[in-house]
Design a protein around this ligand. Structure first.
Ligand code: ADP
Ligand code: MG
Length: 148
């Protein structure tokens, strides 16, 4: 599915629409350049799941964890991850936590075998100005249509 947004607010509306479709064990792999909107999308998704205290991108922490909302969420930012660090940190196990939702920025950093087969891939293309193109591809699950 391909959806265009032209403001941060429209991207938030898209994230809200997706949040309604999520259940336990959903893995969302974000792909896209710096400034594409991966963190903006995830922040809105967390808000939709009942978290008001979004702490931004875990670029240095690598992982922020949210509990107490509709679903527990792990928010990963793998921009700075190196080599086999995801294994030494135990992230690969969290990826397969069937009670939580995982949002992973910079999924490009992962080996294909580490990405759960039941997942939603979100590729964000930065177009002119505030325009963004979202290519949303569910695998092993249905999400139907999303509207802004
Ligand atoms: P990433 O996590 O992909 O590096 P961020 O979400 O941190 O990107 O940053 C996206 C930036 O682009 C923010 O400053 C946001 O306000 C801005 N922006 C402008 N237009 C949009 C849009 N249509 N969707 C999302 N963010 C947008
Ligand atoms: Mg980010």
């Amino acid at each position: 599915m391909i959806i265009y947004t032209s403001t941060k607010e429209e991207t938030a509306a898209l994230a809200y629409a997706l949040a309604e479709k999520l259940d336990q064990g959903c893995f969302i792999a974000f792909y896209g350049d710096l400034g594409a909107g991966k963190t903006a999308f995830t922040g809105a998704l967390l808000q939709a799941l009942g978290y008001q205290d979004f702490s931004g991108s875990p670029t240095f922490a690598l992982l922020n964890q949210y509990t107490g909302g509709r679903l527990p969420v792990y928010h990963f930012d793998l921009y700075r991850i190196k080599g086999k660090e995801i294994y030494s940190l135990g992230f690969d196990e969290l990826f397969f936590d069937d009670k939580a939702v995982c949002c992973v920025e910079w999924a490009e950093r992962l080996a294909p075998g580490d990405i759960p087969p039941r997942r939603i891939d979100i590729k964000i293309l930065k177009l002119d100005g505030d325009n963004r193109c979202f290519v949303i591809t569910p695998t092993g699950m249905e999400i139907g249509e999303l509207s802004l």
